[in-house]
Ligand binder design. Structure first.
Ligand SMILES: C[S@@+](CC[C@H](N)C(=O)[O-])C[C@H]1O[C@@H](n2cnc3c(N)ncnc32)[C@H](O)[C@@H]1O
Length: 222
């Protein structure tokens, strides 16, 4: 079950010039990757990597007032988070969110498919790893907190690498106007098994923090 928290951070930003809707090509990819087996193909991987390699030089222009607000609200109100915690930021891009995570978690690893995005991320915030989130170079149950800011959701891999008490932090910096957007219910539905959590709007964005639902105790033997 997802509990929606009241908004505590007002949205004082202008609406995006080009809000993304359900037909946006990246939204279509987002939903296929999250919900359709086989939604991520070699061809699609290559095209997405090329796309973001090409966008990397101007990615800093995508920064906007209030961009940090949903992530900060998620970290403030989405916990408690495991401590100490190894956090993996998936689709970390040029590192716009990585510094915030480094302030909050014991260890942070920034991972992205696109070399040109990673290359522009500050080297002193977190180790940077070029990899595909559909085939994470990490052992099972090795990550306490997975953070995705406007990043594609690969449910099976997230389920594999998150510890039993692990947390999944999902942030859309422009809420439903973000091209790579899923609602909190969508994220919970896409993940294998049952996931509970909290969600909210904050500034111009939305977030949710999910964890595996507690297993019911088996009935006591008479
Ligand atoms: C919309 S950008 C967001 C970047 C950053 N989180 C931000 O908010 O500025 C999506 C990022 O996900 C990366 N990405 C796309 N597919 C990926 C995959 N399969 N594995 C890892 N990263 C991926 C892209 O290269 C890009 O840097």
């Amino acid at each position: 079950m997802i509990t929606n928290l009241p908004r505590v951070v007002a949205d004082r930003t202008a609406p995006p010039v080009e809000p993304a809707g359900p037909d946006h090509p990246m939204r279509v990819v987002t939903r296929q990757v999250a919900f359709e087996p086989g939604g991520w193909t070699d061809e699609r991987r290559a095209r997405v990597a090329d796309l973001f390699d090409g966008l990397a030089p101007e990615w800093h222009t995508r920064d906007h007032p209030g961009r940090d607000q949903p992530l900060l609200d998620a970290l403030d109100r989405g916990g408690p988070f495991p401590e100490p915690a190894t956090a993996l930021e998936i689709g970390s891009g040029t590192g716009m969110a990585t510094g915030r995570l480094a302030e909050r978690f014991t260890r942070v690893v920034a991972l992205d498919l696109a070399f040109e995005m990673l290359r522009r991320a500050p080297a002193d915030q977190a180790p940077r790893v070029q990899a595909d989130a559909d085939a994470l170079p990490l052992p099972n149950l090795s990550v306490d907190v997975a953070v995705l800011v406007n990043a594609l959701l690969f449910p099976a891999e997230l389920d594999r690498i998150l510890t039993p008490a692990g947390r999944l932090v999902w942030v859309n910096t422009r809420g439903p106007h973000t091209p790579i957007h899923l609602s909190a219910d969508d994220v919970a539905t896409a993940m294998p098994g049952r996931w509970d959590g909290v969600a909210a709007e904050a500034g111009p964005g939305t977030w949710c923090v999910l964890r595996r639902a507690a297993q019911a105790e088996p009935p006591a033997q008479a």
